[in-house]
Design a protein around this ligand. Structure first.
Ligand code: SF4
Length: 463
């Protein structure tokens, strides 16, 4: 799980800390600090919370000292993430003193209060109303019903030109290493018209790239029995394909994350070939050995997956795959691990996040025999990264000479940094351009002139 700190707070002097814990001056808008940890799904939760609070007149503080209360949105996916969350709560208490905890670790309220008894309130994941109520208790809002403080697209914690679009909560799968379903519950999809309306607002507000997220994007709508909802005089079914097509018609890049390789994903590949959806799939395969996949309680036919990927590439030759994988799962043998290395080569996985297995408290997989020693996990992790780097280097080198669209993320005196259609923000590679007159959010045509293991270098071309 990636850590996404938001509004990283500077350390204030002790006297300022005490001042920050006082009620806001009479008539002044109350100010909220936010520390957001964890994955993009948690970041979207943070955005909803701050959007609601901002609409009620609260202001955001970029540091601990300026906040009347601090919300810490925690991650509880791995034990290391829980420890990091507890540290972040402790830091907020030391530096501000008034702290509300929410997010995935919130389901372990006793543990939080035992470590940090001064925490004002604890709420669980996607309990937006409960967090907002806790803020009201800690610092009452100033009421001004005549002032609309929130932009139409809501408040976002990402740069202006891309946005995460959450299409469902929870998950119906029961992967043995994962406790997310016990934290976030079973799949609950948003009706298609709600998702499309939010996406349209975002695009109108200047978003150039929509990053579709959920726990299991390809399962979208199963809980709704794919029920249609009305959108601009038409009925749109809550189906992965239908939603992807509608999102693709809005004019922004559409990138699909957390997709399972189910048969119905085949249809979405044709949308990529049509140019409606980016030729990119983020599929958390987790492993490739059928024995390990069965123990993980995940679909276990490696051959079928490889055939499916080959078929996808006949429809969309430019398809780039990103994945997350786990090494050192209990019982993983050298042979299992070798199958994983072979798989990333055969499947041409362009980008991969690799995790060493962690025995997360409450995960069924902890009862599986054959715990892999930490040194062996470490060794396999390095071998995995080296093998993946070889694949990635070849894929990057093959892009030299091509002219591509590049979406610019950052510009400074040294030049611009952007991404191609094959790279998601934060987690994938970059394109470096010797151009200082561009702005974040610009989309330019550029010829690729160099590559290393992960990144590309390019020069803008006219047209
Ligand atoms: S698909 Fe598996 S790993 Fe992903 S959230 Fe669901 S149970 Fe967890």
């Amino acid at each position: 799980m990636s850590k996404t700190p938001v509004k990283a707070a500077r350390a204030p002097a002790p006297k300022q800390r005490r001042a920050a814990a006082k009620a806001p001056a009479k008539g002044a808008a109350p100010r909220i600090g936010l520390v957001s940890l964890g994955c993009p799904k948690a970041l979207v939760d943070s955005e909803r919370i701050v959007t609601q609070l901002r609409s009620e007149g609260y202001e955001l503080s970029a540091d601990y000292a300026g906040a009347d209360v601090v919300i810490v949105n925690t991650c509880g996916f791995l034990d290391s993430a829980k420890a990091e969350s507890l540290d972040a709560i402790g830091e907020a208490i030391v530096k501000n003193g008034r702290v509300i905890v929410t997010g995935c670790l919130g389901v372990e309220k006793g543990r939080i209060l035992q470590a940090h008894p001064r925490v004002l309130a604890v709420t669980g994941p996607h309990q937006y109303e409960a967090v907002v109520a806790a803020v009201h208790d800690a610092v009452p809002p100033l009421h001004d019903p005549y002032v609309d403080l929130v932009p139409e697209a809501g408040l976002r914690l990402t740069p202006r030109h891309y946005a995460y679009l959450k299409i469902s909560e929870g998950c119906n799968n029961r992967c043995s290493f994962c406790i997310i379903p016990s934290i976030r519950g079973d799949l609950v999809s948003r009706p298609a018209n709600q998702v499309i309306a939010e996406a349209e607002r975002l695009v109108r507000a200047g978003v150039k790239e929509l990053l579709v997220i959920s726990q299991d994007t390809s399962a979208y709508g199963v809980d709704l029995k794919y029920a249609a909802s009305a959108w601009k005089g038409r009925d749109i079914r809550a189906k992965f394909y239908d939603l992807s097509r509608e999102l693709g018609s809005l004019g922004a890049w559409v990138r699909l994350h957390y997709v399972y390789p189910y048969p119905h994903v085949d249809d979405v590949i044709s949308l990529m070939a049509e140019g409606l959806v980016l030729p990119y799939l983020d599929i958390p395969f987790q492993h490739a050995s059928p024995r390990v996949l069965r123990a993980m309680k995940r679909p276990a036919s490696n051959d079928k997956v490889l055939k499916r990927i080959a078929q996808w590439r006949t429809v969309c030759p430019d398809l780039a795959l990103r994945s997350t994988l786990i090494v050192g799962f209990p019982g993983e043998t050298e042979d299992d691990f070798q199958q994983l290395l072979d798989f990333i080569g055969e499947a041409r996985i362009a980008r991969a996040g690799c995790f060493k297995y962690e025995a997360v408290q409450g995960a069924v997989a902890n009862a599986i025999d054959g715990a892999v020693p930490e040194e062996l996990k470490e060794e396999r992790w390095h071998r995995f990264m080296a093998a993946q780097q070889t694949v990635s280097t070849e894929i990057m080198a093959a892009r030299i000479g091509r002219t591509l669209d590049v979406l610019i993320d950052e510009v400074d005196d040294d030049g611009a940094i952007g991404r191609t259609q094959w790279d998601a923000p934060e987690i994938d590679g970059s394109v470096f351009l010797d151009a200082t007159t561009l702005k974040p959010g610009d989309k330019v045509r550029a010829k690729i002139i160099g590559a290393d293991e992960y990144d590309l270098w390019a020069e803008p071309v006219a047209g």
